[in-house]
Design a protein around this ligand. Structure first.
Ligand code: APR
Length: 172
């Protein structure tokens, strides 16, 4: 397996990496799920900075400090709310990973951790979502020096196993 990509089972707010990615909503003013956990762990200064950002469009990404988190930065991105009738959601989800990685590259960050964007409250099917995630990270790391390490942070054994299987079965 590509040593630049790791799969971790646990809470993303505990990771001592350069940046953790937040699966936010377009207001960037917090919420539940990983968004709620990150804001709770970072402290109120995170929300204060987010309020200056004027929200974030689906597929886009914006960076803030990490404050009380062990991570230096938080990269906030907004995934699509899954709707099987809607076209273009694959690209929106892919853009979340690409635009977060672009910021990490711009800041020359060594390490970044992603949660499984859109697969919780936003209901994106985990298998399709993890294939998109892995594909985008694989391609990006083949053509960019930074980030040096990308961690997929899974919050359940089920997700962890899905990511492990995808990485194992990846055909170049
Ligand atoms: N660490 C890592 N992963 C986590 C954590 C955590 N502490 N908490 C939740 N997760 C996982 C979920 O299990 C899921 O696999 O993050 C993934 C994304 O789920 P959500 O947090 O629900 O995010 P999403 O599906 O993108 O929905 C975003 O939910 O919380 C609100 O404000 C957020 O409106 C936005 C929406």
């Amino acid at each position: 397996m590509d040593k630049r990509i790791e799969i971790f089972l646990g809470d993303i707010t505990t990771l001592e990496v350069d940046a953790i990615v937040n699966a936010a909503n377009s207001s960037l003013l917090g919420g539940g799920g990983v968004d709620g956990a990150i804001h709770a762990a970072a402290g109120s200064k995170l929300l204060q900075e987010c309020k200056q950002l004027n929200g974030c469009k689906v597929g886009q990404a914006k960076i803030t400090q990490g404050y009380d988190l062990p991570a230096k930065y938080v990269i906030h991105t907004v995934g699509p709310i899954y709707d099987k009738e809607k076209q273009g959601q694959e690209k929106e989800l892919a853009d979340c990973y690409i635009n977060s990685l672009k910021i990490a590259n711009e800041y020359e960050l060594d390490s970044i951790a992603f949660p499984s964007i859109s697969t919780g409250v936003y209901n994106y099917p985990i298998i399709e979502a993890s294939k998109i995630a892995f594909q985008q990270v694989k391609v990006f790391t083949q053509t960019n020096t930074y980030p040096k390490k990308v961690i997929f942070c899974c919050f359940s054994i089920k997700d962890y196993q899905i990511y492990k299987d995808i990485v194992k079965n990846y055909k170049r």
